[in-house]
Design a protein around this ligand. Sequence first.
Ligand SMILES: [Zn+2]
Length: 285
Amino acid sequence: MFHLSKFGFQQSCLFFFFLAFLACSNQPPVYADQTSNKVDTISTNNRRVPTNAALDSIYAIDSNKTYIYLTFDDGPQHGTVNCINICRQEGVKASFFMIGLHQHMKSDGKQIVATIRNNYPQTLLANHSYNHAMGKYKYFYQHPQMALADFLKTQDSLAPAPKIIRLPGNNAWVREGKIKASRLVRPVARLLDSAGFNVIGWDMEWNFDHKSARPVQSPEQLAAQVDTLVAHGYTYQPKHLVILTHDRMFHRSPDSLALVQFIQLVKRNPNYVFETVDHYPGLKK
Ligand SMILES: [Zn+2]
């Protein structure tokens, strides 16, 4: 019969814990390249935001890669949680341009916003106005001071870390002091620039049916569109491609699956890197 002396038993326990430690330390990271990108954060009113030092350390861009910025607009909405979960499962980064008012229109709206804010650097929270100009875009852009006040209110309400905006119903850009906008929108873009904001538009859109909110292009068609735009340099900045989608497109299971398929198709190209829009070159920090 086998007997362990007291000393032998302790040795065995230590050896067992040593093996357990080795096993744990060899576990692969949950989200592949995402967890290695952890950055320092500071806490403000229970909100975790990246420090300037942390932002500086993650701004390095590899010129051999092409950066894909997957952006979801108009949340929190039905579909937002699916988008978060899919990006997490696929280990890709994405940016969420959210509407201040929408966080009060869903019982879990504030929680969803907090999840996106706290999951940085995998998900980035950004400003998409307080109420989407209530759909009255011409009036909104004709009143620049009112528009600025709207974005400042949203900044306070959502508390996104960077000063990054997407204009409601408009594909304008403000970067490195250069404004790409229509005559109507230009005064608002200029005012936002002087207030320290970056304005991010998009290079291509995953269109949706405006009655059903379902995606129009198939994942294969959209992935082919990505390849074409990148290959021909049909982007605002070469080797950087911003894709516009909307959270509400993905609240049904078949459409969620389409998002998964699209991400997996893009990931097949080792030169493509999913990033959040705060990495877009030339932004004010
Ligand atoms: Zn929108």
